[in-house]
Design a protein around this ligand. Structure first.
Ligand code: HEC
Length: 155
């Protein structure tokens, strides 16, 4: 066997083996009474957009396309989900103290305006998560409205 063939075979074996090490999925059947949309209104189109473009990393339920089941993609996605949820979890938004909730909306406005969210690596694959300028404006205006509702509750 040539050296190249040996290396390729090794790589293939490693790829097969890592398929058995799957991160636990971010999927919960539990109701999410603290979901942001259970507490704050949004037009249906914006709601759908946020669910499509943000919920995979910022909620308790990720929609997994087939390629996200393949390692090492699953690990990579899992890291983003863990980190993203820690920073902002739309499924539990209502449980945030007012100050934190307000700050998260402030961050959202900044990140969406500056094109930092959704993550580039994500919108590269998910065409439906690429936001138009109009969608960015709608999302940041909505977040600004929510801040107005939250702010009087800051202690
Ligand atoms: C592929 C996963 C992924 C997607 C999709 C995604 N995010 Fe994030 N988000 C992250 C990660 C990881 C972080 C934390 C690291 C960072 O700030 O870059 C983060 C951080 C944030 C923060 C910062 C919170 C803070 O307090 O610093 C906001 C706000 C945010 N995301 C909003 C959004 C919005 C709005 C969308 C949809 C338009 C979105 N994200 C889509 C992964 C994602």
């Amino acid at each position: 066997m040539s050296k190249t063939k040996k290396v390729l075979l090794c790589l293939f074996v490693v790829l097969v083996i890592i398929q058995f090490f799957r991160p636990e999925k971010n999927q919960s059947n539990a109701a999410t009474p603290g979901d942001i949309f259970a507490h704050y209104q949004a037009p249906d189109s914006l709601k759908a957009l946020i669910k499509t473009a943000c919920y995979d990393c910022h909620s308790n339920n990720t929609v997994y396309p087939w390629y996200s089941q393949v390692q090492p993609v699953a690990w990579w996605l899992n890291d983003h989900i863990k980190e993203g949820k820690k920073e902002l979890n739309f499924s539990e938004f209502a449980a945030y103290p007012a100050k934190r909730a307000d700050h998260k909306m402030e961050e959202l406005i900044e990140m969406v305006k500056e094109n930092e969210m959704p993550l580039k690596s994500y919108s590269l694959i998910h065409a439906d998560a690429r936001l138009t300028q109009e969608q960015r404006v709608a999302m940041t205006n909505w977040a600004a409205e929510i801040r107005k509702v939250i702010q009087p509750n800051i202690k």
